[in-house]
Design a protein around this ligand. Structure first.
Ligand code: NAP
Length: 338
C-alpha cells in the first residue's frame, strides 16, 4: 500500500515536472536532421573596461547551471563553441540531466564550432575530437566553421582556403563525429563557392540577426537553397547595458514594442525573439538567469500580425553588433568593408 502511494506520488511529480517544460517545435535541415527552433546560447561575451572590450572568462559553473535550467524547462538545443571555453560546463550539465532521466542524448541537439586556428583540412577532425572530449560526448549534432577567417595561434593570418576547411568538416561528418555540418559568419558568395565546388551544401548558416540587422537578402538566399539560418546576438542593442555608443534604437522600453508585448501578455525580449522565428530564423538567446531562460522559450504560443511585423521590420539599419573589424584586411573577411 505504502509502496503504491510512493509510486503514484513519484509518477505525479514526474508529470508535474514535465508539464512545466515548453518544447520548441523543430525545423528540418537539408540533410534530414531535425533541429529545435530555438537554442540556448553559451557565449559569455565581453565587458567594456576603460573603453576596451574584455572577454568575460568563465569562473566556475555559471554555464553548467544555465544549461541545466534550460534543459529542465524544455530547451533541447544548446549552442556552444570551442572558443567560448565552456564546453566542459555544457558537457557536465548534459551528463547530469541524462543521469537524472530528464532527457536522453538523442533528445538533444548540440552545436559546437571550429575555431580559426584549426583551418587546415587535417586539423578539423582532431579539433572536433578535442571539443567532444570537453563535452564528454561521442558526437555533436552540428559542427560549424566559426569564421571563414583563419588565424595561427600567434594571431597572424592563416589564409588556408575555407573550402579546404569545409572538406575537413565533411570528413568529420563521415566519421560520425557530427550529424550535420554548417558555417558561421560566411557571406553569400562564400556559401556559393562551396556549392559551386560540388561539395555537400551546409545544413546551417549561423549569423548575427536582430532588429537592427535583419539581412533580408541573405535570408532569402538561404531559404532558396534550403539552408537553415540560426540567429546569434538576437537581442542586438535592445538592452541599455549591452548597447554600444551610437547603436540604433529600439531599446527595451520603446513604447511601440511595449504596446505589442502588452497585447500578447509577453515581454519586449520575447517579441524580439518571436519576430526572428517569424522570419524563419532559429534564435540563439543567451542568458545565465533562470527566469529569463524560461521566458525566452515561451514564444511559440502566439503570432504577430502583418502590421506588427512591418513595424519591427522598420528597425532594420543593417547595423552589426559583432563586426570583428580587426580582421578587416583578411582575404576572407566576410562583411562590408566600408
Ligand atoms: P544575446 O543573446 O543577444 O544577449 C545576451 C544578453 O541578453 C545577456 O546579457 C543576457 O543577460 C541578456 N538577456 C537574455 N535574455 C534576456 C531577457 N529575457 N530579458 C533581459 N535580458 C536578457 O547575445 P549573445 O550572447 O551575443 O548571442 C547569443 C548566442 O549566440 C551566444 O551566446 C552564442 O552562443 C551565439 N553567438 C555566436 C556567434 C558566432 O560568431 N557564431 C557570435 C556571437 C554569439 P543574462 O545572461 O545576465 O541573463
Amino acid at each position: 500500500m505504502v509502496r503504491t502511494r510512493i509510486y503514484i506520488a513519484l509518477i505525479a511529480s514526474i508529470c508535474f515536472h514535465f508539464s512545466e517544460a515548453v518544447l520548441a517545435p523543430t525545423v528540418k535541415l537539408n540533410d534530414g536532421t531535425d533541429m529545435p527552433a530555438l537554442a540556448l546560447g553559451t557565449w559569455l561575451g565581453f565587458t567594456i573596461t576603460n573603453n576596451t572590450e574584455v572577454r568575460i572568462q568563465p569562473t566556475g559553473h555559471e554555464v553548467e547551471d544555465a544549461v541545466t535550467w534550460a534543459i529542465e524547462c524544455g530547451y533541447r538545443h544548446i549552442d556552444t563553441a570551442y572558443i567560448y571555453r565552456v564546453e566542459d560546463q555544457v558537457g557536465r550539465a548534459i551528463a547530469k540531466c541524462i543521469e537524472r532521466g530528464i532527457v536522453k542524448r538523442e533528445d538533444l541537439f548540440i552545436t559546437t564550432k571550429l575555431w580559426n586556428d584549426r583551418h587546415a583540412q587535417d586539423a578539423v577532425v582532431p579539433a572536433l575530437r578535442e571539443s567532444l572530449n570537453s563535452l564528454n560526448l561521442s558526437y555533436v549534432d552540428l559542427y560549424l566553421i566559426h569564421w571563414p577567417v583563419g588565424q595561427f595561434e600567434n594571431k597572424t593570418y592563416d589564409t588556408t582556403d575555407y573550402l579546404e576547411t569545409y572538406r575537413g568538416m565533411l570528413q568529420a561528418k563521415q566519421l560520425g563525429l557530427t550529424r550535420s555540418v554548417g558555417v558561421s559568419n560566411f557571406n553569400q558568395q562564400q556559401i556559393e563557392r562551396i556549392i559551386k565546388e560540388g561539395l555537400d551544401k551546409p545544413a546551417v548558416l549561423q549569423v548575427e540577426l536582430n532588429l537592427n540587422l535583419q539581412q533580408p537578402s541573405l535570408l532569402s538566399y538561404c531559404k532558396d537553397h534550403n539552408i537553415v539560418v540560426t540567429g546569434y546576438t538576437p537581442f542586438g542593442s535592445l538592452f541599455y547595458s549591452k548597447a554600444k555608443a551610437g547603436a540604433p534604437p529600439p531599446r527595451v522600453d520603446d513604447p511601440s514594442l511595449v504596446d505589442i508585448a502588452n497585447k500578447y501578455n509577453k515581454t519586449v525580449p520575447q517579441i524580439a525573439l518571436r519576430y526572428l522565428v517569424e522570419l524563419g530564423v532559429v534564435p540563439l538567446p543567451k542568458s545565465l538567469t533562470k527566469t529569463r531562460i524560461q521566458q525566452n522559450i515561451e514564444i511559440f504560443d502566439f503570432q504577430l500580425t502583418q502590421q506588427e511585423k512591418e513595424l519591427l521590420k522598420s528597425f532594420d539599419r543593417n547595423h552589426r553588433t559583432i563586426s570583428q573589424l580587426k580582421w578587416l584586411d583578411h582575404p576572407y573577411y566576410p562583411f562590408e568593408k566600408n
